[in-house]
Design a protein around this ligand. Structure first.
Ligand SMILES: C[S@@+](CC[C@H](N)C(=O)[O-])C[C@H]1O[C@@H](n2cnc3c(N)ncnc32)[C@H](O)[C@@H]1O
Length: 188
């Protein structure tokens, strides 16, 4: 579904990188060699699989149990924050994006890849029906618009690409250099 989305996202990561909701570590093969990677997920089972994947690749990753909605990480501590195919699943995606911004250094970059509300109305109608089933069953949302959260947080969107009737979105946004970090004003 996401084509070369993982490569697109990971190839832009630099410096100290946080991957939020790292899952089984499917992005690990696509990161540049010279980054320092921290990964969080709230599922110990996922983290165990990510650990195995990292070991197989010979990749050093600081894997931690954590909630994307309340990151136990200091303000302004990462150059890049990555989140792929998870804002559709995190219960409060608004708070998660606010947390991603908080831990980014001023001038740092947020890289997102997800399935979002599609462009044509008829397609969103299908997604709406699908969501009736998936939300209660698995917590999966199909009509989210991460772009709106990113803009609400005051990040500058540098690149945004959509495909598959607008359903697959990847975006790169930068925290303004003058933003000192700290808790977001956008989330009460
Ligand atoms: C569909 S998987 C995607 C995993 C990975 N990012 C990828 O691209 O393959 C969604 C992940 O989000 C994690 N997750 C959901 N809610 C979370 C939360 N509140 N905090 C941290 N991780 C969360 C799940 O445990 C799962 O690993």
């Amino acid at each position: 579904m996401v084509g070369d989305g993982r490569q697109w996202v990971c190839s832009q990561a630099t410096g100290d990188v946080l991957e939020v909701a790292i899952g089984t570590g499917r992005n690990l093969p696509f990161y540049p060699e010279d980054i320092r990677l921290t990964g969080i997920d709230f599922s110990p089972a996922m983290l165990e699989l990510a650990r195995r994947q990292a070991d197989q690749l010979g990749r050093k990753v600081d894997l931690r149990l954590g909630d994307a909605q309340a990151l136990e990480l200091p303000d302004a501590s990462f150059d890049t924050v990555v989140c792929t195919l998870s804002l559709c699943a995190i219960p409060d995606e608004r708070r998660a994006v606010a947390e991603m911004k908080r831990v980014l250094r001023p001038g740092g970059r947020l890289l997102l890849l997800d399935h979002v509300a599609g462009a044509p109305r008829w397609f969103r109608a299908i997604q709406w029906v699908l969501e009736l089933v998936t939300r209660p069953a698995t917590g999966e949302h199909w009509l989210r618009r991460p772009l709106l959260q990113v803009k609400a947080e005051g990040l500058d969107v540098e690149r945004r690409e959509r495909s598959k009737l607008g359903m697959v979105e990847r975006l790169a946004a930068r925290k303004p250099p003058e933003d000192g970090g700290g808790p977001s004003a956008a989330v009460p």
